[in-house]
Design a binder for this molecule. Sequence first.
Ligand code: ACO
Length: 331
Amino acid sequence: MTNIGVSITGSGSAIPKLSLDNQQLSQIVETSDEWISSRTGITKRQLADTTESLCSLATQASLAALDQANITPKDIDLIILATSTPDDLFGTASQVQWELGAEKAVAFDMTAACSGFVFGLVTAAQFIRSGVYQNVLLIGADILSRWVDWEDRRTCVLFGDGAGAVVLQASESDRLLGFELRSNGSQNDCLNLPFQPQEKKIIEGVTVSQGTYQPIIMNGKEVYRFAVQKVPEVIEKALFKANISVDKIDWLLLHQANQRILDAVASRLNIPSEKVISNLQNYGNTSAASIPLALDEAVRKNQVKSGDIIAASGFGAGLTWGAVIFEWNGI
Ligand code: ACO
């Protein structure tokens, strides 16, 4: 049997309607545009309004990606929705499948926080390489505004909402060149969105936990330290597996958490700033959406071109982190 390769042939994104700038945030918590932009690079973020859902954003991003890849929803075999903020805890991917009219596609959610898109890309590729599926739609989408503590200035200034999607297709030559994925649960408490249990006695001797999930809790300094140390390492490992040197990379596409993290990782890898894709200024940290959203903007601006080699890396809660090296094969 000949080897089956993977190509990434289309991207799309969806940006929610509401906009909240740093100045407006300073009316909610004790902060300033100066503090937020100098520490993070973020000047505004887009937030889902009450009419928008994870499903609607994910569907919109998917339609744009399918259009760019020049395939229809009926061609999709598999939909993976990377998210930590589903509309339904049982999963939102099936709703997206139905909205798209992707009749033959099987669909499921995948959770790996801000690493979700990179983990999803590698997962999607396995289904193609094994010959099981030919056309896979991968979506990264999150609405973290639902779970942020809007009274906590240490976290609420960082996040935004959005969705991005890519189409992966079987191809003769393999454009997914190398990857490395990692997890470390021992640092889980650095960044989490834990279930907050409340005891509920349902009958004598039977007490269960009921409750909800909020808010996001983060040790910013620890997460910063972790990202700056682990992300360059994991990119180097993925480059080694791809058998290419760092100077062959056209673009460094990191999870858009903080401009200082982007700068520090690029500097450790000796990648010049012109090769670093950054759009966090306008969106903040959109979790699983941030990489496909930044990719789609760069593709549509004609920055990223067919044949370009991209080193993408996601990192965040879990803790999880990973890198994937691929050649962009869309428009
Ligand atoms: N406005 C004004 N002051 C603030 C704000 C704010 N929004 N937030 C914190 N401060 C204050 C703190 O209270 C502290 O004051 P103190 O010295 O009087 O106690 C001071 O600013 C410094 O706070 P630090 O937390 O030390 O600030 P730091 O320079 O570390 O920057 C930041 C904080 C931006 C959060 C940084 O640590 C960071 O980017 N960490 C990485 C976070 C991240 O990327 N998380 C997402 C990972 S992805 C995922 O999976 C969700």
